[in-house]
Design a protein around this ligand. Structure first.
Ligand SMILES: Cc1cc2nc3c(=O)[nH]c(=O)nc-3n(C[C@H](O)[C@H](O)[C@H](O)COP(=O)(O)OP(=O)(O)OC[C@H]3O[C@@H](n4cnc5c(N)ncnc54)[C@H](O)[C@@H]3O)c2cc1C
Length: 442
């Protein structure tokens, strides 16, 4: 393994998300100098951003400063900057500054671990983004929160019945775990939390529509659990529209198409996007530089040890990759945190093994199961063939999410918040923030 002169081996990790964090954590005791680089100064616990979007949690409770996570590790340096380009031959990253914070132009590495994640794609319709916000980043979750709460405010002062109904129609696109969770939370917000807050409208009359192109919700779960999840959603007052493809979104609503019903328009001012994701642009750049294949979702194909073909010093992990199995066939693993975390740990293990001059086996994903929550005491879980629903699945979901949340203080705060909300049905963070709310919607 290359090290220049007498200096320590330089490992650069791009991305302080689930994959990057595990890579750094598992290297901090190794004889290496690590630079963790991210365009954000915090780790975001994405599985709970939808709770920020519906006022159940505050941003600070699901984000944690990267510097604070590694403050005791003298060999870990955190750098706020964005990767603009990668020079694989020179083994250098080209950086761009973020938030006007000066950043070095170039950063050299001996080993590079890229964990740039993914972002929501609008199936080639970027113009939909401004009308259908998503909940991947903290900023977009806050924009969704403002949009949802502002819709109730607008309905309260709207004299026209039809326009009022439009304000009180909420559409969630995509019935994967995030869409299901989002629809369930909007329903609870309307039926429970806001029930007594207004004078002219009854928030319980709000329509919450969950639109899905497939023939069932939660397609990554067995059909029996999808059916249970759908029944739970219906109990909460969510209307599930399966077999419908979104063909248009504008400021006044959504256009759907289905085989049975043809085209139908739904008037709504509050549309949330929880459909397809596409890999980080870094995946595309790495594929271009190495002539490696990408799949339709933009994931770069890495070898079975998570390195780029021809570049054993460069690992790519997490949402932005698909991995070749031992037979050389590319395999798409689920876009979930455990995959990224296991890959981060694995990449760190390979680096440690190489430094000791040892061999390392190929990456194998251990699937620990699938969880999705729908609402209060309602969830589904598929854990190694054990199928749970209702309270037991919800309790499992709760424990797992608290366990993986970064920072003891955050765990405690979220536990207190959830316990308080469970008893009172309240949501303390129902704030409309940002100057854009009105002009964006009208
Ligand atoms: C709303 C939502 C809910 C989810 N719920 C669940 C769930 O319940 N359970 C579950 O297991 N998974 C869930 N996931 C999926 C899970 O969050 C991802 O699979 C996981 O975050 C992937 O980890 P990663 O390290 O690949 O990328 P990320 O965690 O997304 O991290 C990528 C990091 O790279 C940084 N970055 C990107 N590009 C650059 C650049 N050019 N320069 C510098 N930094 C850069 C980003 O700022 C970010 O910090 C959810 C995802 C979303 C969006």
């Amino acid at each position: 393994m290359r090290t220049s002169g007498s200096r320590e081996h330089q490992v650069v990790v791009v991305g302080g998300g689930f994959g990057g964090l595990q890579a750094v954590s598992n290297l901090r005791r190794a004889p290496v100098e690590i630079t963790l680089l991210d365009r954000r100064n915090f780790h975001l616990f994405q599985p709970l951003t939808y709770q920020v979007a519906t006022g159940a949690l505050s941003p600070g409770e699901i984000a944690y400063p990267l510097r604070a996570i590694f403050k005791r590790d003298r060999n870990v340096r955190v750098l706020l900057a964005e990767v603009a380009d990668i020079d694989l031959d020179a083994r250098e990253l080209h950086l761009r500054s973020v938030a006007a914070v000066p950043a070095p132009e170039r950063l050299a590495y001996d080993t590079l671990i890229v964990a740039g994640g993914s972002h929501y794609s609008y199936f080639g319709h970027e113009d939909w983004r401004m009308h259908a916000a998503e909940v991947k980043s903290l900023e977009s979750a806050l924009a969704v929160r403002s949009r949802l709460l502002a819709a109730f405010e607008a309905a309260e002062t709207e004299p026209n019945a039809e326009a009022r109904e439009t304000w009180l129609t909420f559409v969630v696109v995509g019935a994967g775990p995030t869409g299901v969770e989002m629809a369930g939370q909007i329903a609870e917000l309307a039926r429970d939390t806001l029930r007594r807050d207004f004078r002219a409208i009854d928030p319980r009359g709000a329509r919450i529509l969950l639109v899905e192109a497939a023939d069932r919700v939660l397609t990554s779960f067995p059909p029996s659990l999808s059916a249970k999840a759908e029944r739970s959603l219906q109990r909460l007052g969510v209307t599930v529209l399966t077999g419908r493809t979104v063909i248009g979104i504008d400021a006044a609503g959504v256009m759907l198409e289905s085989r049975e019903r043809g085209e139908e328009r739904i008037a709504s001012r509050a549309v949330v996007w929880a459909a397809g994701v596409t890999a980080s642009g870094l995946a595309g750049r790495l594929a271009e530089l190495t002539g490696t294949e990408r799949d339709p979702a933009g994931r770069v194909t890495v070898e079975s040890d998570l390195t780029l073909p021809g570049h054993p010093e460069v690992f790519a992990i997490g949402d932005m990759v698909r991995v070749r199995d031992v037979d050389g066939e590319p395999v798409v693993l689920p876009g979930v945190a455990p995959v990224a975390m296991q890959q981060g740990r694995y990449a760190a293990g390979v680096v440690r093994a190489r430094l000791r001059g040892r061999e390392h086996g190929v990456f194998n994903y251990r699937d620990k199961g699938n969880l999705a929550t729908i609402g209060r005491a309602a969830a589904v879980a598929d854990i190694k063939g054990l199928r749970l629903s209702g309270f037991l699945a919800w309790a499992t979901w709760l424990i797992v999410h608290l366990w993986y949340l970064i920072g003891f203080q955050n765990r405690l705060l979220v536990l207190i918040r959830w316990s308080f909300s469970f008893v009172t049905h309240g949501r303390g963070a129902r704030l409309i923030t940002g100057a854009s709310t009105n002009s964006e919607q009208r």
